[in-house]
Design a protein around this ligand. Structure first.
Ligand SMILES: Cc1cc2nc3c(=O)[nH]c(=O)nc-3n(C[C@H](O)[C@H](O)[C@H](O)COP(=O)(O)O)c2cc1C
Length: 129
């Protein structure tokens, strides 16, 4: 069974995620998600984070538990949690390289305003604006 989860959260610290933390998160995510057959895409804008995860239900669950327990962010809010029949995210870890363009494309000022419908649009765009 394939599960899709999209969540938003807020990074800890005034300046948002530091380059070093982000590099660690992307490195661990790439390695673990590849191993666990989890696809993922992330958008970071200021201190707001949006991430989508897709993969075998139990692996997505385990990944999400690790992510929720991570002290580098807080206020994890699940906006989509669904069983899906096909994958949209085929890479283990993709970071959107132009979050401003992404927000313009989905017509939102801030990632914290993303709705479940918006999250589906996010996935359709594969987080690549
Ligand atoms: C916003 C955010 C997103 C993350 N995404 C992932 C992810 O997709 N996959 C993953 O394995 N770890 C992710 N992490 C890191 C985990 O919280 C945790 O540090 C990591 O899985 C530990 O991996 P390790 O046991 O291999 O060191 C994320 C952390 C944060 C703060």
């Amino acid at each position: 069974m394939l599960r899709r989860v999209v969540f938003t959260s807020r990074s800890i610290g005034a300046a948002g995620l530091s380059t070093v933390s982000l590099a660690h998160i992307l490195g661990a995510g790439e390695r673990n998600n590849r191993r666990d057959q989890v696809g993922s895409g992330m958008v970071i804008h200021g201190d707001r984070i949006l991430q989508a995860l897709e993969g075998p239900a139990h692996e997505v669950g385990r990944t999400l538990e690790r992510i929720k327990a991570d002290p580098r962010h807080t206020d994890v809010e699940i906006i989509v949690d669904a069983v899906v029949t096909s994958r949209t995210l085929t890479e283990p870890m993709v970071l959107c390289d132009d979050p401003e363009a992404f927000l313009r494309a989905v017509k939102l000022p801030c990632l914290s305003l993303v709705t479940p419908e918006m999250a589906e649009a996010v996935l359709e765009r594969r987080l690549a604006a």
